[in-house]
Design a protein around this ligand. Structure first.
Ligand SMILES: Nc1nc2c(ncn2[C@@H]2O[C@H](COP(=O)(O)OP(=O)(O)OP(=O)(O)O)[C@@H](O)[C@H]2O)c(=O)[nH]1
Ligand SMILES: [Mg+2]
Length: 314
């Protein structure tokens, strides 16, 4: 593991400290005190899972797999029991593991256009700053489009993040048409031969229908420059909002036709990390990135192995 990876891993562990203190410590304590898989153990485990926002279906699936395994697999001690339980949690993940393994991904056609959507306050703008920073670090050129024309201070906030990341931004403080700004951004990216475009959007409009119509229009208008963009639509979900996050994923993907990935933010602010496990199991859309803090380097590529390791490593 490289030096930078190590820092990343330490940050991940720090960011997940709340979930470790909640979900994971409870599981460890249960394993400590019971050391045996029986009905009581399973029902207590289920309670811990449900309290962590893992949701009923996902929780049931893991519990029943553990039950099955306990029939055939021996576990001699606490450590082995712990391994059995974490193995089963891991399995739920691997089914929809992310393919976005590095910020240094291969771009076949420039610009690679990423549209960021999500309800208000979930961390869209912040995540864009973090993404831009990470892409830039791998040597890519990045252009950010400021297509949240709804909120007055949105431009300024995005500009601060662009400066922090050291990338350029296309904005039009006088425009009230987000689609026009998105159009200008893609145009500029084509003429500058930019690698990655990231488009910020509003989280709140007068009503939800209006927001969805606006997002669709942004898509349509950008396609006048390049027909098959955006290459990615990432939806940002706040991990502290629990079950509601899943409804948001459903609503946005229904309205937009495609959502290609999830950015799960504020994992540092919740002890209920079970939402990651639930989203991975129940949505067919992969969690691509996780936000574990408010700083520019607090965005991590989501990798189930690393994630479980960070959660369970003492
Ligand atoms: N602790 C923590 N805070 C975060 C994270 N991501 C974003 N935030 C905070 O969440 C708040 C809202 O973030 P924004 O990026 O403005 O959210 P937004 O989705 O762009 O909001 P609107 O533009 O109003 O829709 C800010 O105070 C961020 O610092 C994270 O991973 N961890
Ligand atoms: Mg914003």
């Amino acid at each position: 593991m490289s030096f930078l990876d190590k820092i990343g891993f330490t940050k991940l562990k720090e960011g997940l400290s709340r979930t470790k203190g909640g979900l994971i410590d409870k599981v460890s304590r249960l394993i400590n005190s019971k050391a045996k898989i029986d009905d009581e153990f399973l029902s207590e485990l289920e309670e811990i899972f449900l309290l962590s926002d893992m949701g009923f279906d996902t929780s049931e699936k893991i519990i029943s797999n553990i039950k099955e395994r306990a029939k055939t697999d021996k576990y001699e001690n606490e450590k082995e029991l712990n391994k059995l339980v974490t193995d089963e949690i891991k399995k739920v993940f691997s089914e929809s593991a992310s393919e976005f393994k590095t910020f240094d991904f291969n771009i076949t056609k420039k610009p690679y256009v990423i549209m960021i959507v999500g309800v208000n306050g979930v961390g869209k703008t912040t995540s864009i700053g973090k993404l831009a920073y990470n892409f830039k670090k791998t040597g890519k050129t990045v252009l950010i489009g400021s297509a949240d024309t709804f909120r007055a201070a949105a431009n300024e906030q995005l500009e601060i993040w662009a400066n922090k990341a050291g990338v350029e931004i296309i904005q039009n403080p006088h425009s009230t048409d987000p689609a026009a700004v998105a159009f200008d951004t893609v145009k500029a990216a084509v003429s500058r031969n930019t690698d990655v475009v990231i488009v910020d959007t509003a989280g709140r409009l007068h009503n939800k229908l209006h927001l969805m119509e606006e997002l669709k229009k942004i898509q349509r208008v950008m396609q006048k420059v390049i027909p098959d963009i955006p290459n990615e639509i990432f939806i940002v979900i706040d991990a502290t909002t629990g079950q509601n996050g899943l409804n948001q994923v459903k609503e946005f993907s229904n309205a937009l036709g495609k959502v290609t990935g999830i950015i799960l933010t504020k994992l540092d602010g919740t002890a209920k990390g079970g939402i990651v496990i639930k989203i991975n199991n129940e949505m067919k859309i992969p969690v691509r990135f996780i936000g574990v803090g408010e700083q520019i380097d607090d965005l991590q590529i989501f990798e189930s192995e690393e994630f479980i390791k960070a959660l369970f490593e003492k």
